[in-house]
Ligand binder design. Structure first.
Ligand SMILES: [Zn+2]
Length: 415
């Protein structure tokens, strides 16, 4: 199982360099590259051995109220720059809308021209950005800097509510056009961005028929919060993964945590996520809003907890103290040492990346039965003890998220 890091904050760059051995690749959101071009381009060029993707972020154009119009009614600066990079009329199309009004697929600029712009940006922005005069000061920081092309180009993609609706058809058309425009040897990786409810039997058959010809596909299941999703939803996503796997199509997940990683048993090739955030994402949340939370990843729980909760949990159960190299050094088996992570949030990131690598590698030698047994053991040992603590993600979900009930649901869903 591969893990790809979703780049989010310029300040994370030194840490990513330091920890690069623990990640398989990088995903760069296009609006960050468009907005902070020299620094982001040089950063990507400084890791020439890491395959990368540029997420074209075209779904943000669909949602004027939450995604791209700021409080003053103007386009957010980064989105404005992205629009100008893609198509001369794109910003105008979005600004013409009432803030309450959702964009219709036919209100976007000419599809072929939009695809051309998005393709050109992904293939050229990193090399062009690294050559800008503003890039000089960043270039001096790194020993190696070589602009490479992304491992694949991602066609414009959009969130669809129903299979066959206008947005579904537009995303599919963008995939077709991009595949035609891409020069030989350049891989095309379309994104299927949908609700889990779309993944019925006939829905999955349609998606896999439409997207299998590309040989590889990325899925983004809207707001698939691993601690909240029910067993039926997990089964539906697994069915999608298996449908592509049976067609020998490589499938990855644009967002994901351990639950998604368990789908490596069904054929999922990779997940991407941020360092302490974006293991799931809703299409309507503003990209880049809010900083990373200061939270500790508890390996046995396969989830983050606030530092306050972690403090409480490891005092009750010192055996839950992580034994990764970072925690061995800084925690030394003593629960009181969690304070060192409060003083130095970078340790939270180092610990998480170390544990994530170990999780991904361990899955390669495991089985659904072994994983389900381990999840159930953890549930049995700790659920009662911690079910009085609120789950930090519960506010974004109506689902019951007390304690470790999710581990039981995962176990039942994978075997
Ligand atoms: Zn650790």
């Amino acid at each position: 199982m591969q893990t790809h890091l979703r780049f989010g904050m310029q300040r994370d760059k030194p840490l990513i360099h330091q920890e690069k051995g623990k990640i398989d690749g990088i995903v760069v959101p296009a609006h960050i590259l468009a907005h902070q071009t020299p620094s982001t381009s040089v950063f990507i060029s400084s890791l020439p051995e890491k395959p990368y993707l540029i997420d074209p972020m075209t779904f943000v154009f669909q949602n004027p109220t939450e995604a791209h119009v700021n409080e003053a009614g103007a386009l957010r600066q980064s989105i404005g720059k992205l629009c100008r990079a893609y198509h001369p009329n794109l910003a105008e199309c979005l600004q013409g809308l009432d803030a309450e009004e959702a964009l219709e697929p036919d209100e976007l600029p000419d599809t072929e021209e939009l695809c051309e712009g998005v393709l050109k940006f992904q293939r050229e922005a990193v090399a062009a950005g690294s050559a800008l005069s503003g890039a000089r000061k960043y270039l001096d920081r790194y020993a190696v800097s070589r602009a490479t092309e992304p491992r694949a180009v991602v066609p414009p993609y959009f969130y669809f509510e129903m299979i066959g609706d206008g947005w579904y058809e537009l995303a599919l058309e963008c995939a077709r056009i991009t595949a035609r425009l891409a020069p030989e040897g350049v891989k095309v990786l379309p994104v299927v961005h949908c609700e889990v409810d779309s993944l019925t039997g006939s829905g999955i058959a349609r998606i896999s028929k439409d997207y299998s010809p590309y040989g590889q596909v990325m899925m983004w299941i809207n707001n698939f919060v691993q601690g909240a999703v029910d067993q039926g939803s997990i089964a539906q996503v697994r069915s999608l993964v298996r449908a592509f796997d049976e067609n020998e199509v490589s499938i990855e997940s644009l967002y994901g945590g351990y639950l998604m990683m368990l789908m490596s048993f069904d054929g999922l090739a990779a997940v991407s996520h941020g360092i302490l955030y974006t293991e799931s994402k809703s299409t309507t949340l503003t990209p880049g809003s809010g900083g990373p939370a200061e939270r500790y990843y508890i390996p046995k729980f396969h989830e983050f907890r606030s530092l306050g909760q972690t403090d409480l949990i490891i005092h009750r159960h010192p055996e839950l103290i992580c034994d990764c190299a970072v925690c061995k050094r800084h925690m030394g088996g003593k629960p009181d040492n969690i304070v060192r992570y409060m003083d130095n949030p970078e340790l939270l990131q180092e610990h998480f990346l170390t544990v994530r690598r170990a999780e991904a590698d361990a899955l390669g030698a495991s089985s659904p039965q072994k994983e389900a047994d381990a999840l159930r053991r953890t549930y049995a040992a700790y659920h009662a003890s911690i079910s009085d603590l609120p789950n930090p993600d519960a506010f974004i979900s109506k689902a019951p998220m007390k304690g470790l009930a999710y581990l039981e649901r995962w176990a039942s869903a994978i075997v």
